[in-house]
Design a protein around this ligand. Structure first.
Ligand code: ADP
Ligand code: MG
Length: 223
């Protein structure tokens, strides 16, 4: 699934203060492509990913994912679309601490009402593909940071979304784990033809991404 932004601006209002974070951004991410998003902290990377996910609306401009114009859809349509077609990975893993590893990975399938026997085998396959078979009954706090993020990858990919949005997924990891997470995400998305947009601080991402863009002064430039 492709992603198109046209003339997208985002201005935040906090009290009397206005802050324009994105200025007239237009970009097309082709289906199955891996685009890396660089930029210093506060440059608007998370803002851009949140707009792509339909979590927030742009102040101006249009965003389209595949056939869906986010601005024309209502909340319910956006929610269903997100559950079905989008996978997320966050810097802080965001696993639910009271659920086991398997239960965490099961969540997206549960939301889609996938029958439980089918769902269990997909969870097992997703964990296996992340090198985590045998970890299913553990709790997140019993895992290392790298392992937790690999659980989060399994959870992001288990429903085979068309689009994966990753917001600094290696920000809390050491170099070796960061590399492993990037390589797993890259190969999983390429194998399945998923579109991947990843915000990162690391210029090393150039080895993997099809395209590197950089947020600068509210605009996207070649990175
Ligand atoms: P990055 O992910 O590149 O670090 P962000 O998109 O998180 O950047 O933030 C860009 C700017 O927008 C920052 O100055 C931040 O304070 C501001 N910002 C982000 N989200 C909000 C919000 N919900 N309300 C007000 N300002 C926000
Ligand atoms: Mg951010």
């Amino acid at each position: 699934m492709d992603i198109a932004l046209e003339g997208v601006s985002k201005t935040y209002l906090s009290g009397q203060q206005q802050q324009t974070v994105l200025r007239d951004v237009s970009v097309h991410v082709g289906s199955g492509r891996f685009v890396a998003l660089l930029g210093r902290s506060g440059s608007g990377k998370s803002t851009l990913l949140n707009l792509m996910a339909g979590f927030d609306a742009p102040t101006a401009g249009h965003i389209r994912l595949g056939d869906l114009s986010l601005g024309k859809a209502d909340d319910r349509e956006r929610t269903f679309f997100r559950r079905r077609h989008i996978g997320f990975v966050f810097q802080a893993f965001n696993l639910l601490p009271t659920l086991t590893v398997s239960e965490n990975v099961l969540l997206p399938l549960d939301l889609l009402d996938v029958p439980i026997t089918d769902a269990r085998s997909r969870v097992a396959a997703a964990l296996d593909s992340m090198g985590l078979s045998g970890y299913g009954d553990r709790f997140p706090e019993e895992l290392s940071g790298g392992e937790q993020q690999r659980v989060a990858l399994a959870r992001a990919l288990v429903h085979q979304p068309a689009v994966v949005l990753a917001d600094e997924p290696t920000g809390n990891l050491d170099l070796a784990n960061a590399r492993q997470v990037v390589e797993l995400l890259n190969s999983a998305c390429r194998d399945a033809g998923m579109t991947l947009v990843m915000a990162t601080h690391s210029r090393e991402i150039k080895q993997y991404a099809d395209e590197v863009l950089e947020m600068r002064d509210g605009q996207l430039v070649a990175g």
